[in-house]
Design a protein around this ligand. Sequence first.
Ligand SMILES: Cc1ncc(COP(=O)(O)O)c(C=O)c1O
Length: 363
Amino acid sequence: MKIPYLPLRELSARFTQADQLAFTDVHLSGRYIGGEKVSQFEYQFANFCGVKYAISTGNGLDALTIILLAEKQLGNLPENAKILLPAHTYIATFLSVIHAGMQPVPVDVTDMLLTVENLKSQIHKVDAVITVDLYGKLVDDAVYAFAKAEQKPVYCDSAQSHGAINKEGKRSGSIARASAFSFYPTKNLGALGDGGALTTMDDELATMARSIANYGRTSQFKNAVKGVNSRLDPLQAVFLLNRLPSLDADNKRRVEIAKSYYENIRHDHVVLPESAFLENNAMHVFPVFVDDRPHFQNYMEEKGIGTNVHYPLAPHHQEAFKELSDLSFPQTEYLHRTEVSLPCHPLLTDEEVIYIIECINNY
Ligand SMILES: Cc1ncc(COP(=O)(O)O)c(C=O)c1O
């Protein structure tokens, strides 16, 4: 059996006909930046997330950076603000803070995500918190309650948690003061190129973010702030409009697969994540932790099963952040040393899932 980690072409082929029609529509419209299709996607994505505003951007990194820039412009964050964030994340989270002219203050994670325990020692030293719903699992509500009690705003890097719902029924995108999404093609809601969006309930923040994303423009020839150019193409907007209605069903299938993995993978050297809260998660990535990662990945490859790593080297160990290289985050470093991502996408068949489990149990 041959099971790729993520068959992007096949996943996208489900929308070929709709995409071709949408392409023709945009092509004939003569409107290739902004316009009705972009507004339509923003409206539908905001509705889906249960928020007042979705503002599209060129990518997820920009969405997060623009949230911070807008907060600075509004006077809600100071120049050089200190931003607490999990050490265990993709480097983009760190970069957004730098690009906004602020300072990242990384802390370790518990299991895979930030918890109140991780925040306690640093919360008094920072101006705000960025949570990251890594692997599609929402950061616990207690973290938001704790930060609120400490009067620190929380922004969420939701780049991996499209569609996830918390225990109170709130969607990813509606939990933090503002949230940033990526529509990179491999995401649960992915475009056919780059794309991103930020979501918020706040009128002022939405207006400022929209202006910053568009050169700081306030009207056609007026620029009130020094903005950037970060826009979602109408072409990507129509591809996303075609995919949004399938997101819930896709996530449901991902959760089913994850449940099978949780219930059936049994191997002393293949460690499952501790927290098994799966209902309504986005399950963007199903991680297992294996000491001898190359050996395990080779074994899986021999069995015809593609795996991936999210991620092999933590941001504070990257050359780009050599100023942070003296910091030590044992749990984060363990995750980066041992993580292997198993196939977990909506096209996997039950037969394939059983085969993957059998191969792992026979490792
Ligand atoms: C956790 C996280 N944050 C931010 C990003 C940045 O998104 P993009 O690649 O769209 O800029 C990604 C995806 O790459 C991500 O996984």
